[in-house]
Design a protein around this ligand. Structure first.
Ligand SMILES: [Ca+2]
Ligand SMILES: [Ca+2]
Length: 152
């Protein structure tokens, strides 16, 4: 091998090494968007509150990256009514009636979630449902009724 050939070979080897050193870690540090999971399906009793739970959402880069925002679309218009940092969101009956629309017993409403990671990369929407039911009379009230009946 001539001296010139050796130098060219060495230069090529250094170039390849340099590229691997540069591109390897760069590829590893590319961010992947998180994946939303809206949980549910949810059931809310007439007049009661409900907690919706996006804790099954995840970021593929975990533990290096994590979800920082949970955006809930509650009226199916593609825009979030509630943006929170926690995976769970509790909504009262009156809040639901403002955000979702006037709730009717027996109907089912779409609930959607998307999440963002610490690089502000957003997931696709994940869909779930909220069903409105008439609340059963609670056990305590039923017992109280039975006790009153005994002493009547
Ligand atoms: Ca990520
Ligand atoms: Ca909305």
């Amino acid at each position: 091998m001539s001296s010139a050939t050796f130098r060219v070979s060495l230069a090529i080897a250094l170039l390849v090494l340099g590229f691997v050193a540069y591109a390897g870690p760069a590829r590893c540090s590319q961010n992947s968007p998180p994946v939303a999971n809206a949980g549910g399906p949810y059931l809310v009793c007439d007049g009661q509150s409900v907690t919706i739970d996006g804790s099954q959402s995840f970021d593929p880069d975990a533990p290096a990256d994590y979800i920082v925002s949970y955006a809930w679309d509650l009226n199916n218009d593609g825009a979030a009514e509630r943006m929170v940092e926690t995976s769970e969101l509790s909504l009262s009956w009156s809040e639901l009636n403002v955000l979702v629309g006037t709730l009717r017993i027996g109907l089912t409403y779409p609930i959607k979630l998307r999440v963002a990671d610490s690089f502000q990369a957003w997931s696709d929407w994940s869909e779930s449902t909220l069903q409105v039911e008439e609340c059963p009379v609670s056990d305590v009230l039923q017992c109280w009724g039975a006790i009153k009946a005994l002493y009547r």
